[in-house]
Design a protein around this ligand. Structure first.
Ligand code: F6R
Length: 608
């Protein structure tokens, strides 16, 4: 989703602004722009499409100036054209914005009737127009900023330049994140700490309702009532991570191959490998006492939560209420204040997940966050943070964050089972031992299945539709497989509970429809094989993903079998994720799509 950067510098800024925008590319965008002030005048360059287009424009017509703001836009209101790209200029005011100004129509009508001429179809332009109109009325810059913030409603992260002040950027936050970076004689602004990592690791996050006046060597932060407030400076870890592809063609490929290492790192946080026990969950969430658990998240994180539900219910006998966050937040679910709620999010900034969290907080539940970005809003607003420690995930399609979320949820479910007395010591030790072996097994799988996957992906790349089936925890994994394939290859795919097949989707089966069946040799295996028989009987083309025991047990003449090592039930979803991710990845590579930044998608979804 949109990315914002700003520099109040002592050296020219335009190149550095574009470099910082590149570190926000992973969020997804479809146009970009940069503005600076030089010799008392605002100047800008904007371009449709990727940053190379903006760089081309800047090469032809460089932008001078030691202060500037820049933006990658993920279109919401108005097509992704150059005209709608930010920064928006109105009468000496430049604005970049991430979010949605919900009352823009009303404000636009009011401003237009007072003579304002709008140049774009965006909601953002009302911010520039409002500021300009307040300045024309004689307000000072800060006064105008404060008055504008009192008029707009919705979600925003904003950065503003006033032409008549070449030494200040103003910023505001209500929803999407915004971080101020403290440099030496220079100050920075960014949508996240990754954007600012090469400049500084000293970060101050604005909280909702804050607005800030950022000079070269100072920052003043105000609340919505105009009171000066203090926000802590923190040292960000973002600079510690190498944000490059290494020897890989895409970030997604790199992130798939990082999984053995990051999972091992994540597990180390939750598990005592010497005693093969999980570490008890201390703090505000007492799994022994909570009557139920609510889980909410979006997309892949939701599917991780769904697998978590199977585990919490089975191993800890803890009932779980789960829904996608966009439904959860409005469903008016009766929730007990004695319960706890878990919110799962890689970015920690997803608007619907954050809104669900706040809903649960209002209802008195204890809040746990399973997040990758520990400095995120979701983490900050939670009572307990369960980091997944996957490192920055840059590919838009989530891979290593998913399996790390699963590893953390598995550990928490075992910890809950232990706290509630529903898992015996031996059972716990056996499960932890399986978790401990997982990184090694993952490496083995990644090293062995590649040729088969590439061969099958070539076939999938020719298909229009693909069906994924699974039972138990393999059902959410089937949905995750379908999600992964559709988002990066644009092939239509559905994930179904294998037992649901005959209640509708079986009508789709013919010789053109590949059916990917995820079936470890678990207690559901025979039933899933029966469902496969139903597909085979109708000429369906089957790709069976199973383990050695499953491969030996099935006599079905399947189209193809991907054989994984035998694994315990608790680790199967993580191990079976690997072929599912690789199939989607290689299919997309064969199709030549933009794997890391698929069309229309954003990494951090900060609007509803
Ligand atoms: C799919 C994907 C998305 C995210 C979803 C939630 O590959 O990445 O479905 O899982 O947008 O994002 P987070 O986890 O940042 O809340």
């Amino acid at each position: 989703m949109c990315g914002i950067v700003g520099i109040v510098g002592s050296q020219p800024v335009s190149e550095r602004l574009v470099d910082a925008l590149k570190r926000l590319e992973y969020r997804g965008y479809d146009s970009a722009g940069v503005a600076t002030i030089k010799d008392g005048e605002l100047h800008r360059r904007r371009a449709e499409g990727k940053l190379v287009n903006l760089e081309g424009k800047l090469r032809e017509e460089p932008l001078a100036g030691t202060i500037g703001i820049a933006h990658t836009r993920w279109a919401t209101h108005g097509a992704p054209t150059e005209r709608n790209a930010h920064p928006h200029f109105t009468d000496g005011v430049a604005v970049v914005h991430n979010g949605i100004i919900e009352n823009f129509a009303e404000l636009k009508a009011e401003l237009a009737s007072a003579g304002a001429e709008f140049q774009t179809e965006t909601d953002t332009e009302v911010v520039a127009q409002l500021l300009a109109s307040f300045r024309r009325e004689g307000m000072g810059r800060r006064e105008a900023m404060h008055a504008m913030l009192k008029r707009v409603s919705g979600a925003y992260a904003l950065a503003v330049l006033f032409e008549d002040d070449p030494s200040t950027i103003m910023a505001a936050r209500n929803g999407p994140p915004l971080a101020i970076g403290h440099g030496e004689g220079e100050m920075f602004l960014g949508s996240d700490a990754i954007a600012l990592a090469p400049f500084t690791n000293e970060i101050t996050y604005l909280v909702d309702g804050d607005w800030a006046v950022i000079g070269r060597a100072s920052v003043h932060i105000f609340d919505i009532d105009g009171n000066l407030v203090t926000r802590p400076r923190q040292i960000s870890m973002a600079a510690a991570y190498m944000i490059d592809k290494g020897n890989h063609r895409h970030f997604m490929e790199k992130e798939i191959h990082e999984q053995p290492e990051v999972i091992s790192h994540a597990l180390g946080h939750y598990v005592n490998f010497i005693e093969n026990r999980v570490l008890p969950v201390s703090g505000v969430i007492d799994f022994a006492k909570v009557p139920s658990l609510a889980i909410s998240a979006c997309g892949t994180a939701y599917l991780a939560g769904l697998i978590g539900k199977y585990w919490f219910e089975r191993y800890a006998r803890l009932p779980v209420e789960i829904d996608v966050a966009s439904e959860f937040r409005y469903r008016e679910i009766p929730l007990s204040p004695q319960s706890a709620a878990l919110f799962i999010s890689q970015s920690g900034e997803t608007a619907d997940t954050l809104a669900s969290l706040r809903y649960c907080k209002e209802h008195g539940l204890k809040i746990g966050a399973v997040v990758n970005t520990r400095e995120s809003t979701i983490a900050r607003e939670s009572d307990a943070v369960f980091p997944i420690l996957a490192g920055p995930e840059i590919g838009v399609a989530s891979t290593k964050a998913f399996t790390c979320q699963l590893a953390v949820l598995a550990s928490l479910a075992i910890a809950a089972g232990r706290a509630r007395g529903t898992l015996g010591e031996e059972e716990e030790q056996a499960m932890v031992k399986s978790l401990a072996e997982m990184p090694r097994l993952m490496s083995r799988v990644l090293n062995s299945i590649q040729p088969k996957i590439e061969f099958l992906s070539r076939e999938l790349a020719k298909c229009r539709d693909v069906l994924y089936l699974g039972r138990g925890t393999s059902f959410p994994l089937a949905m995750e497989g379908a999600l992964k394939l559709k988002e990066i290859s644009y092939i239509h795919a559905e994930g179904y509970a294998a037992g649901e097949l005959k209640h509708g989707p079986i009508a789709l089966i013919d010789e053109n429809m590949p059916v990917i069946v995820i079936a470890p040799h678990d207690r559901f295996f025979d039933k899933t094989v029966s469902n496969m028989q139903e597909v085979a009987a109708r000429g369906g083309r089957i790709i069976l993903i199973t383990d050695e025991k499953g491969a030996a047990a099935t006599t079905l003449d399947t189209m193809h079998t991907i054989v994984l090592p035998n694994v315990d039930e608790i680790v199967a979803p993580m191990i079976f994720s690997l072929p599912v991710q690789l199939l989607a990845y290689h299919t997309a590579v064969f199709m030549g799509t933009d794997v890391d930044q698929p069309r229309n998608l954003a990494k951090s979804v900060t609007v509803e």
